[in-house]
Design a protein around this ligand. Sequence first.
Ligand code: SF4
Ligand code: SF4
Length: 137
Amino acid sequence: MTHIITSLCVRDRGCIDVCPVECMIPGYPLEQWPWIYIDPDTCIDCGACVPECPFAAIFPEDEVPAAYTAKGGEYISNVGLTGHYEATNHHGKAIALETTRQLQAGEVLDLTPDIKPNYDFFKGGPGYGAKDQDNGI
Ligand code: SF4
Ligand code: SF4
């Protein structure tokens, strides 16, 4: 099994440094790979990243919610969305995402389709090669 980052991730990078096996990779280009991705073959399921995420975006694979109820105001980031999100990340760098949308309170979302991109990123996607383009955002 592995842990999975879902589309609730807004790339604030609070999780990456705690991973003992360095298997969390920021996606590039952002329009195609808007999250941080976990290498399923390397993740040891230690759970250390989960409490580090201020957006509660990380789950064990078998606990990714099929019916996530939005508190309201949180952002999801997904290929094809056209909303804009700006913030400062965990390391003080500016983030700007263009593939987002803000959730309405009470909206129910299936986050299980977010599992596949975590696998695709490492199999056929940029994988660890994305580290070469990492500019800290
Ligand atoms: S569960 Fe542990 S090994 Fe897996 S991504 Fe999180 S911190 Fe890394
Ligand atoms: S801490 Fe959460 S929001 Fe920030 S990069 Fe990690 S998963 Fe994404």
